[in-house]
Design a protein around this ligand. Structure first.
Ligand code: MFK
Length: 568
C-alpha cells in the first residue's frame, strides 16, 4: 500500500505546556496554584480534545446573514455554525469572563482567567473575540456606568448559566474613522423615548452579541473624541429583533471567518449614555485596554498551538532518512519560534498580572504607570510575533501547511488580524509615546526592566540581560534626544521605540524566568529561550535613520511628487 502521512495530534494543552506551568509555579502562591491547577488541567484536556475537534469539524461553515424572511419582512438574522453556539455555552460555564470578576483568588483571578483564555483561543474559532469585548464592557460598566445600568447588565455578562449569559459588542469603527475614532459621524438625538442613534458602523465584530457599547456625538457637541459620548445599546429585544438597526452585510475577511463581522446602519436605535455626554473615547479606554490584553494573550496562544502541532508532527514525519525531530535545521527553526513564544507569553502575562492588581487597588503608582505603557506595547509586540511565527509554523509542515483541510492555514490567516484590530502597530506605537509622556510611564517601565534583566546571577543569563539593558539605554537616549528630532522625526521613530521597548522588556522577563526555572526546577529550557531571544533583534533604535525627504521619496516613489488628494 502506498504511504499515507499521519497528521499532527494534540494532547492536554495544559499538561503539555511547560511555559504556562512553570510561569504559574513562579508567580502564584502555592495554595492558589493548588486550587486552580485541577481546573486548568481539565480544561487543557478539553481544549486539546473535543473543542479542537469541534473547531476542525465546523471549520468551513461561515456565518450567514438572512436579511428578510420568506414573506419579505426584514429580520437581519445572523446564523453562526454549531461549534460557535457550543463555544458560547462552554465560555459561560467555564467562566471565561466571570473568573476575572468573581475574584475568588483576588488579583490572581485574572491570571487564572487568562490562562483559560490562552488554552481556549485556538480551539474556539476566535470565540475569544466576543468574550474580549464582553470583558471590556464589564470593566467599563464597573468603572464608569451609572449604578442602575451597571446592575442591570453586569450579571448577564458574568453569568455562568448559558441561558442567562450575554456577550457585548464594541462598535467603534466607522467609515471615516478606523484608527482616528474622533472622526466618527454617528449622531445621538434626544427623543421622548430617550436617546436614539443614527449612523453607520463599518466593522462590528461578533454581531450576534445581545448588547454593545458604542460611540456617538450628541447633537450640538463639538468635534473629535471629546465630543463623542459612550452609549449602551440593547442589540436585540426579547424576540430577537434589532429595532432601529439594519445589518447591511457581513464582511468577507481574510481570516477569523467564523466570526460574524458586520456593517450596520443605526437608524434610531434606542441607546443609554453610560455616563457623561462627552469624552467618549476616554470613557471607552478601559474597554480598549482590556481587549488589547486579550489580544496579547491570544497572540501568544497562536504560537503555542502552532508549536504543539509542529512538535507532534516532527516526530511523525520522516524525510531524508530520519524524523524531522532529529533534523538540526528543523530544530533550529522550531527553537526560534519557541523563544519568541516564551518571551511573548511572559510579556502578555505581565500585563495580566498588573491588571489584576490594578483592579483591586493593589498597585503602586510606578507599577500603574508601567501597566499603562505595557498595554499597547504587549499588544503590538506579541501580534507581530504571532504573524511571523504562524508563517514559520505553516512552512514547517511543507505543502500540508498550505492546504485548507489540514486546518493549518487558518493559523496564519487568523493571525493577520491581531496586529490590525484593537489598534494597528503604528497607532499603538503612537499611543505608547503618548502613554510614556502623559502617564510619565517611561521611567518606571525602564526601572522595572533593569531590575529584572539585572537580577540574573549566572553568566549566560547576565549576558542575555545585558542585551536588554543595552536596548533600554538606547530607548532612554532616543527619548532624551526627541526634542532635536522634531515632531516628524519622533513620529517616524515611534515603531522602533515601541518594539525596542517591547522586545527588551520581554527579554528581561525571560531572563528572570530562566534564572528561577534553573534554580527551582532544574530546567534550562527557559535559559536557552533567553539566550536565543537575545540573539534575535531586540534593539531597533541602534541603526542610522534616513532623513524625511529620502524616506518619502522611496516610500511614495512615483507618487512622491503628487499632491495629497484633497489638499489645496
Ligand atoms: C483575540 C482577542 C480579541 C480582541 C477582539 C476585539 C474585537 C473588536 C474589534 C474592534 O472593535 S477594533 C476597533 C478598535 N479600535 C481601536 O483600537 C482604535 C485605535 N485608535 C486609537 O487607539 C486612537 O489612539 C484613539 C481612538 C484613542 C485616538 O482618539 P482621540 O480622540 O484622538 O484620543 P486621545 O486624545 O488620544 O485620548 C482621549 C483621552 O482618552 C485622553 O485622556 P484625557 O481626555 O484625560 O486627555 C487619553 O489619555 C485617553 N486614552 C486614550 N486611549 C487610552 C486612554 N486612556 C487610557 N488608556 C488608553 N488606551
Amino acid at each position: 500500500m502506498s504511504f499515507i502521512q499521519a497528521g499532527p495530534q494534540l494532547g492536554n494543552q495544559y499538561a503539555g505546556d511547560r511555559v504556562l506551568r512553570s510561569y504559574l509555579k513562579r508567580v502564584l502562591p502555592a495554595a492558589v496554584r493548588a486550587d486552580i491547577e485541577p481546573d486548568l488541567d481539565r480544561f487543557g484536556e478539553l481544549a486539546g480534545g473535543p473543542l479542537y475537534q469541534l473547531s476542525l469539524r465546523y471549520r468551513a461553515e461561515v456565518p450567514e446573514h438572512i436579511a428578510y424572511d420568506a414573506w419579505g419582512k426584514r429580520i437581519d438574522e445572523v446564523r453562526v455554525n454549531t461549534a460557535w453556539r457550543e463555544y458560547a455555552r462552554v465560555a459561560a460555564r467555564e467562566g471565561l469572563v466571570a473568573t476575572g470578576y468573581e475574584r475568588r483568588h483576588g488579583a490572581y483571578s485574572r491570571i487564572h482567567q487568562f490562562a483559560k483564555v490562552y488554552l481556549f483561543d485556538r480551539s474556539s474559532q476566535t470565540y475569544t473575540c466576543p468574550l474580549a469585548m464582553t470583558d471590556g464592557c464589564a470593566r467599563t460598566l464597573e468603572r464608569v456606568a451609572r449604578p442602575e445600568l451597571r446592575d442591570r447588565v453586569l450579571g448577564h455578562l458574568l453569568a455562568r448559566d448559558p441561558e442567562q449569559a450575554w456577550t457585548a459588542g464594541q462598535w467603534m469603527t466607522e467609515r471615516a474613522g478606523g484608527s482616528d475614532v474622533g472622526l466618527s459621524e454617528t449622531v445621538a438625538r434626544q427623543t421622548p423615548e430617550g436617546w436614539r442613534l443614527y449612523g453607520t458602523k463599518w466593522f462590528t465584530s461578533a454581531v450576534t452579541s445581545q448588547v454593545a457599547l458604542t460611540l456617538a456625538r450628541p447633537e450640538g457637541n463639538g468635534p473629535g473624541g471629546r465630543g463623542l459620548a459612550l452609549f449602551f445599546v440593547n442589540v436585540r429585544d426579547e424576540n430577537g429583533v434589532c429595532e432601529g438597526i439594519e445589518v447591511n452585510r457581513l464582511k468577507e475577511k481574510l481570516g477569523t471567518r467564523q466570526v460574524p463581522t458586520a456593517e450596520l446602519t443605526l437608524d434610531g436605535v434606542v441607546a443609554e449614555p453610560l455616563t457623561e455626554l462627552h469624552d467618549g473615547v476616554r470613557n471607552m479606554a478601559s474597554m480598549l485596554n482590556l481587549t488589547r490584553t486579550w489580544n496579547a494573550v491570544c497572540s501568544t496562544a497562536y504560537l503555542r498551538r502552532g508549536l504543539a502541532l509542529a512538535r507532534d508532527y516532527a516526530g511523525r514525519r520522516v524525510a531524508f532518512g530520519a524524523p524531522l525531530a532529529e533534523k538540526p535545521l528543523h530544530l533550529e527553526t522550531l527553537a526560534d519560534v519557541a523563544a519568541e513564544h516564551e518571551a511573548g507569553f511572559l510579556l502578555a502575562f505581565e500585563a495580566v498580572r498588573l491588571l489584576g492588581q490594578e483592579e483591586l487597588g493593589e498597585i503602586d503608582s510606578s507599577a500603574a504607570a508601567t501597566l499603562r505603557l505595557l498595554q499597547p506595547i504587549a499588544k503590538l509586540t506579541t501580534a507581530r510575533q504571532a504573524v511571523a511565527g504562524a508563517s514559520e509554523i505553516l512552512e514547517s509542515f511543507g505543502g500540508a501547511g498550505y492546504v485548507e483541510d489540514t486546518g493549518l492555514p487558518e493559523l496564519l490567516r487568523d493571525a493577520q488580524v491581531l496586529p490590525i484590530w484593537e489598534g494597528t502597530t503604528n497607532v499603538l506605537s503612537l499611543e505608547s509615546l503618548r502613554a510614556a509622556r502623559r502617564a510619565d510611564a517611561l521611567e518606571p517601565f525602564l526601572a522595572d526592566l533593569k531590575l529584572r534583566a539585572g537580577a540574573a546571577e549566572d553568566s549566560d543569563l547576565r549576558e542575555a540581560g545585558a542585551v536588554a539593558l543595552e536596548a533600554a539605554a538606547s530607548v532612554r537616549q532616543w527619548w532624551d534626544a526627541a526634542e532635536t528630532l522634531g515632531p516628524g522625526g519622533v513620529e517616524a521613530g515611534a515603531r522602533r521605540f515601541a518594539l525596542t521597548l517591547g522586545r527588551a522588556y520581554a527579554l528581561a522577563l525571560l531572563v528572570e524566568q530562566a534564572q528561577w526555572a534553573r534554580a527551582n526546577e532544574g530546567c534550562d529550557r527557559s535559559a536557552e529561550a533567553a539566550r536565543r531571544f537575545a540573539r534575535a533583534t531586540i534593539n531597533r533604535l541602534d541603526t542610522p535613520v534616513s532623513d524625511a525627504h529620502a524616506t518619502r521619496s522611496l516610500a511614495m516613489d512615483e507618487f512622491a511628487k503628487a499632491a495629497v488628494p484633497g489638499s489645496t
